[in-house]
Design a protein around this ligand. Structure first.
Ligand SMILES: CC(C)(COP(=O)(O)OP(=O)(O)OC[C@H]1O[C@@H](n2cnc3c(N)ncnc32)[C@H](O)[C@@H]1OP(=O)(O)O)[C@@H](O)C(=O)NCCC(=O)NCCS
Length: 163
């Protein structure tokens, strides 16, 4: 029903309306420039009528070891930080909500991050509010103890699914 692909210049970005003004504005006005400068990658879901039904962004990041829950951090090497992939934004157009697309975009991001040859410990997400944080918790993400709207999912979990 949807094809997920890297954003390209022929994609018409103006038609996406997720209900979140900052996420829409970023997608309409800023994302192409960020992709050109390699500060983010962006993937879009294309519906059968070629409309953009949703998008997410991915970039390299890191988390300080002491920011992770203690029981997880103590099992990791004693470096100051661990490498991660950050999904800074995720949005689904209003007309496509509740059809499994948000979950499919999240699964696509996890698969890309887990298959990357450059190691990352986890996919980290920035939830814009408590409702978005619930969406990520529903998919198994764990909140950072001191930043509850930043959540992570260790990628080793995903790799085992792909073996
Ligand atoms: C959050 C968002 C991406 C979800 O997309 P969606 O396509 O409507 O969600 P899906 O239909 O794929 O839902 C997948 C699963 O998540 C669950 N879910 C959806 N939103 C949820 C929420 N806020 N809290 C808990 N669970 C949620 C669904 O019930 C479904 O569960 P199931 O697989 O067990 O049946 C979408 O509502 C959106 O774009 N919101 C505005 C922007 C936003 O909040 N982005 C989040 C990151 S900042």
């Amino acid at each position: 029903m949807f094809r997920i692909t890297q954003i390209a210049s022929e994609h018409v970005r103006a038609g996406l309306h997720s209900g979140s003004e900052p996420l829409d504005r970023y997608f309409h006005q800023q994302v192409s420039q960020d992709v050109r400068r390699r500060v983010t990658a962006c993937f879009v879901a294309i519906a059968s009528d070629q409309r953009i039904a949703g998008y997410y962004t991915l970039a390299s990041a890191s988390v300080l070891l002491h920011e992770l829950p203690e029981e997880i951090g103590k099992k990791l090497p004693r470096y100051p930080s661990v490498p991660t992939v950050r999904m800074g934004r995720l949005a689904v157009d209003r007309t496509f909500k509740g059809q499994g697309l948000g979950g499919a975009l999240l699964a696509d991001a996890l698969t890309r991050a887990a298959r990357n040859e450059i190691a990352a410990y986890a996919l980290v997400v920035d939830a814009k509010d408590e409702i978005a944080a619930d969406f990520y918790r529903h998919h198994g993400f764990i909140a950072l103890p001191n930043a509850l709207l930043t959540l992570f999912l260790p990628l080793a979990t995903i790799k085992s699914l792909n073996k």
